[in-house]
Design a protein around this ligand. Structure first.
Ligand code: NAP
Length: 281
C-alpha cells in the first residue's frame, strides 16, 4: 500500500476502509472481510455507533497494532476541552486500543477550539499519533491553524468527481494539511456508477467506474476511504495500480459542479440542524 507522509512525519495509507452507515451488527464482519482483503487503515466515528464492532474485528484479526492505522472522530455534542478528552478515552475503550493513529473533529461546529486544545494535549501525551479535522472549509481551517499550536494533519472532506475541491486542496497543500476524501463515490448519487465519462475511461483500461474514481483521487494525492459491505467490491476498490492519462484526468475534472451533493457546512440551516442531532454516543 502506498502511504502519504503527514505534516508530523506519520505515514498514513493512501487508501483505507470507511464504515459509515454500516449497522453495528454488520460491522465486525465487514471490517474482518476488509482486513482479510488487505485494508490496513480503518475510518470510523463515535457518531457511527460501530466503534466497538470495529474493535472486535481488529482484535480477532491478530494483525499487529503497528500495521494498522485507525481513525475515529469526535462528535459535536462532545465538543469542548474536558468533554473532548472524555470522548477520546471512551472511543479508545470502545475500540479496545491503547492509542489512536488519527483523531478528527468530525464537524466544524460547537466549541471547536476547546476540542482542539484537548486534542493537542492528547497528542503531546502520545495517545494519538496525529490529529485533524473534517468538513472544514478553507476559512475555518486557516483560522484554526493560525490561532493554535498544532496544524491539523488531515482535513477529511466530501471529495468526488462532482465536487472535486481543488481550491480546498490547494489551500491545504500550502498549509501542509493532507486532504482526505469522504464519499469518493458520492455514495452513488448522480448515477455515478453508470456515468458515461467514467464508464468510457474504465472500458479503456479494463477497470470499473469505482476503480477509475479511486485512481483519479489517488493520482491527485487525495487519501481515500471507500465503504462497501461486499467482499468482491472491497477487493475491487483496492486495485488502483494503473495510470490515467492527462486527458482522462481532465475529463473527470470537467465533471465538477463546484457544489456539495449532500449539505453545505456554511449554510446556517445545516449548522443548526447538525448541532441538534443527538447520536447515541
Ligand atoms: P462512498 O464510499 O462514496 O459510497 C459507498 C457506496 O458505494 C455504498 O452504497 C457501496 O455499496 C457502494 N460501493 C462501494 N464500492 C462499490 C463498487 N466497487 N461498485 C459499486 N458500488 C460500490 O460513501 P461513504 O461511505 O459515505 O464514504 C466513505 C467513508 O467516508 C465512510 O464510510 C466514512 O468512513 C467516511 N465519511 C465521512 C464523513 C464525514 O463527515 N467526515 C461523511 C461521510 C462519510 P455496498 O456497501 O453495498 O457495496
Amino acid at each position: 500500500m502506498q502511504n502519504v507522509l503527514l505534516n508530523n512525519d506519520v505515514e498514513m495509507p493512501i487508501l483505507g476502509f470507511g464504515v459509515y452507515q454500516i449497522p453495528p451488527e454488520q460491522t465486525e464482519q465487514a471490517v474482518s472481510d476488509a482486513l482479510a482483503a488487505g485494508y490496513r487503515s480503518l475510518d470510523t466515528a463515535a457518531a457511527y455507533g460501530n466503534e466497538e464492532a470495529v474493535g472486535r474485528a481488529i482484535k480477532a484479526s491478530g494483525i499487529p497494532r503497528e500495521d494498522l492505522f485507525v481513525t475515529t472522530k469526535l462528535w459535536i455534542s462532545s465538543a469542548g476541552e474536558e468533554n473532548a478528552r472524555r470522548a477520546f478515552h471512551t472511543s479508545l475503550r470502545r475500540l479496545g486500543l491503547d492509542h489512536l493513529d488519527l483523531y478528527l473533529i468530525h464537524q466544524p461546529f460547537g466549541d471547536v477550539y476547546g476540542s482542539w486544545r484537548a486534542m493537542e494535549a492528547l497528542h503531546r501525551e502520545g495517545v494519538v499519533r496525529a490529529i485533524g479535522v473534517s468538513n472544514f472549509y478553507p476559512d475555518r481551517l486557516v483560522d484554526l491553524i493560525d490561532h493554535n499550536e498544532i496544524t491539523p494533519a488531515v482535513n477529511q472532506i466530501e471529495t468526488h468527481p462532482f465536487n472535486r475541491r481543488t481550491v480546498d486542496q490547494e489551500v491545504m497543500r500550502e498549509r501542509g494539511v493532507q486532504i482526505e476524501s469522504w464519499g469518493p463515490f458520492a455514495e452513488g448519487r448522480n448515477n455515478l456508477f453508470s456515468d458515461p465519462v467514467l464508464s468510457g475511461i474504465g472500458a479503456a483500461h479494463g477497470k470499473s467506474v469505482a476503480q477509475v474514481v479511486l485512481r483519479w483521487l489517488i493520482q491527485r494525492r487525495v487519501v481515500v476511504i471507500p465503504k462497501s459491505v461486499r467482499a468482491d467490491r472491497m477487493a475491487e476498490n483496492l486495485d488502483f495500480d494503473f495510470e490515467l492519462t492527462d486527458d482522462q484526468m481532465a475529463s473527470i475534472d470537467a465533471m465538477d459542479t463546484g457544489e456539495s451533493l449532500f449539505f453545505d457546512h456554511r449554510d446556517p440551516e445545516v449548522v443548526s440542524r447538525f448541532g441538534k442531532l443527538q447520536p447515541n454516543i
